[in-house]
Design a protein around this ligand. Structure first.
Ligand code: WTA
Length: 635
């Protein structure tokens, strides 16, 4: 692949080239892929509509790039190595050839069950190789996949199915995560009570838990596959897709109550994830890459599946959680498979660090060459521990900043090529043009400055729209500042010109690396009959990065506040999912509001953070005494 720097000077040269001649820069990278027809034009864009099109007129299928083109020279090399939740269960390896065959097989299954190009298929599965097969089979027949994280409730699933107008679901009877068994099919059945667009549900047997199968709607994965095997497993010709056809929808939280379906398209997303993977990780053939994310989030899409597979890499996939059966599990996996590159989240690092170094005793870890971090700001202590205890001081660490909307990494050190500093995303990757702006949208130039982070030029992996509501995409990302993509993040550029992401500046929390909208949680709590109103803010949490603090007004003060708290947590679990449960619930008789009725979140945030020294002028509040009450009872 072209435009991969091997030293700092080369990075600077390539970066300069990518800014001066972006179209040529991306074209040189795109030339390396298998296109059924090449593009007429590299880029067409304006940030007003917004309308962004990459490689217009080009035809391709991303799975030909992830599978077919590796068959000749890497057919027998591992594509996916899968480690089960239970360390005693046997692991599985799928070579490129096997993965290709299984994807073709499942394409036939999808076709037999009425899935067509352009249909939306909702995937709610455990972290097993069949999840990768299901995703790639959708991409190969041109259906749009929408993966939903296993921690979301049936209500959340129903909302997403309806928003996407999905016609099919692929799920499993259940899934294993640590000591827990998740009843996936049961949750789906609940969700489907409210959804009438669904024609078929394909169910994989993972846990052999009894489930109810609905006549004419539900079919078993294994039985459907057997029908294809009986035909001698024919290949499946990849559907020809336009570069700008939809590849997938992934729902993510924003500042409003309703999650939005971020849309990625085939051509640009492929080029972008493949390039950033190869470049940032400085991936060499044969290296084993272990990304610990769940495929229900963007990191799993881009860096377990598409980026690595497009490069013919070996991608490690783990079904369970980092601390099961104990906090040494990740290190065992690394030693068992001799992993070369580990890409994980600060939350995982912090929780394994907190478990104590005794879990590192007897672990070798000498296979590791490079380390990565993603999803939230990493604190210096965790960075240093990661560096010393895991990387043994010899592995470069890449702190990669990016978002669901950006498709792939945007700012990051390049492993062993550009400098790194704890907690810093350092520099924009080639092709990325960051800009800091003040509240009014004026550019903040120079160093030792902070501002809101925007991007001023398109990149191939960026979102194209929010599904079914283009105006929402425009309003959320392109209307705050004229002609700029607004990330929602605050950012510092230090004296040396290094970038450091300081966190969200909107009402989005980042809890254990999961994006949670405060409005979503408030809406859920407010649906409890006993609740009048609520306000959610984040506060620093040692392990999770941010915790969720809920201020709740009840109709009458709860007689048993512990019971009411449990009840509220249940409500949030039911409506959104366990991921959004508040860590702290404080019952209050009112909220600090301005005379126009706006909740003063700044004050609530300060109290939640335990910083009560400078609450600012509270005299303009509708009822200043409420602040005293909240302060007195704060948790
Ligand atoms: C935050 C995850 C600091 C940021 C890939 C962003 C980070 C949000 C980093 C996107 C990082 C992600 N340093 N903050 N290295 N990476 N973030 O959509 O606030 O789940 O806007 O994508 O996570 O979260 P998302």
């Amino acid at each position: 692949m072209k435009n991969i720097p091997r030293n700092y000077q080369e990075y600077q040269d390539i970066y300069k080239f990518s800014i001066e001649q972006p179209e040529l820069f991306w074209q040189e990278i795109a030339d390396d892929f298998k296109w059924q027809k090449k593009w007429d034009k590299v880029l067409d864009w304006n940030f007003n509509d917004p309308s962004v099109k990459w490689f217009t007129g080009a035809k391709l299928n991303i799975t030909e790039n992830c599978l077919d083109r590796h068959l000749a020279d890497k057919g027998n090399q591992a594509a996916i190595i899968w480690e089960p939740n239970n360390p005693k269960e046997i692991h599985r390896t799928l070579t490129y050839k096997e993965l290709y065959q299984k994807v073709c097989q499942f394409c036939h299954v999808l076709k037999n069950n009425g899935v067509n190009k352009g249909d939306r298929v909702c995937i709610y599965m455990p972290m097993v190789p069949e999840l990768v097969i299901a995703i790639l089979a959708c991409a190969r027949i041109g259906a749009v996949h929408s993966v939903i994280f296993g921690g979301f409730s049936s209500q959340s699933i129903a909302d997403r199915i309806q928003d996407a107008g999905a016609t099919h679901i692929i799920t499993a009877d259940g899934g294993y995560r640590g000591a827990k068994e998740i009843p996936l099919k049961f949750v789906i059945d609940d969700a489907l009570v409210q959804c009438d667009t669904i024609k078929k549900v394909i169910v994989l047997n993972r846990t052999s838990t009894p489930v109810s199968m609905i006549k004419d709607r539900d079919v078993w994965w294994e039985e459907e596959v057997q029908k294809i095997e009986a035909l001698g497993n024919p290949d499946f010709l990849a559907e020809q897709m336009d570069a700008e056809d939809l590849l997938f929808i992934l729902y993510t939280s924003g500042s409003t109550g309703k999650p939005k379906g971020v849309v990625h398209t085939c051509g640009g997303y492929m080029v972008y994830t493949a390039y950033t993977f190869k470049n940032v990780m400085q991936y060499n053939f044969g290296e084993k890459f272990f990304c610990t994310a769940d495929i229900g989030w963007i990191t799993g899409h881009s860096y377990i599946i598409y980026g690595p597979l497009a490069n013919g890499a070996i991608s490690m996939m783990y079904e369970g959680v980092p601390n099961f059966p104990d906090a040494g599990r990740m290190w065992d996996i690394i030693d068992k498979y001799k992993i070369d590159i580990l890409y994980t989240a600060p939350t995982a690092i912090r929780s394994l660090m907190a478990a104590g170094d005794k879990f590192l005793v007897g672990k070798d870890l000498s296979s590791l060459k490079k380390l990565g971090s993603v999803g939230e700001p990493i604190n210096e202590e965790a960075w240093n521990w990661y560096n010393e205890k895991i990387g043994k001081g010899k592995c470069p660490i890449v702190d990669t900043w990016w978002q669901t909307e950006t498709g792939g990494m945007m700012m990051s050190p390049i492993a062993g090529v550009t400098p790194a500093k704890p907690g810093y995303a350092m520099f924009p990757l080639p092709g990325i043009q960051p800009i800091l702006v003040d509240e009014k949208g004026s550019e903040i130039t120079g160093n030792s400055v902070s501002g809101n982070l925007c991007i001023k030029f398109p990149w191939p992996g960026m979102l194209r729209t929010t599904y079914g509501d283009h105006e929402r995409c425009r309003l959320t990302y392109f209307s705050t500042y004229h002609n700029l993509y607004f990330t929602g993040d605050g950012c510092l550029r230090d004296a040396d010109g290094y970038y450091r992401i300081t966190g969200r500046v909107d009402d989005v929390l980042n809890v254990s690396g999961h994006r949670i909208g405060t409005a979503e949680v408030e809406n859920a709590i407010n649906r409890h009959t006993g609740v009048v109103e609520s306000a959610i803010v984040g506060y620093p949490h040692e392990i999770k990065g941010q915790g969720i603090y809920a201020y709740v007004i009840c109709h009458t003060p709860p007689i048993d506040s512990e019971l009411m708290r449990q009840d509220i947590l249940q409500t949030v679990s039911r409506i959104i999912g366990a991921v959004a449960k508040p860590d702290k619930v404080q019952f209050v008789s009112g909220l600090p509001k301005t005379r126009s009725g706006k909740i003063m979140r700044r004050i609530l945030r300060k109290i939640a953070e335990g910083d009560i020294t400078n609450l600012g002028d509270t005299s303009t509040l509708l009822d200043p005494t409420i602040v005293e009450e909240i302060l007195k009872n704060h948790l």
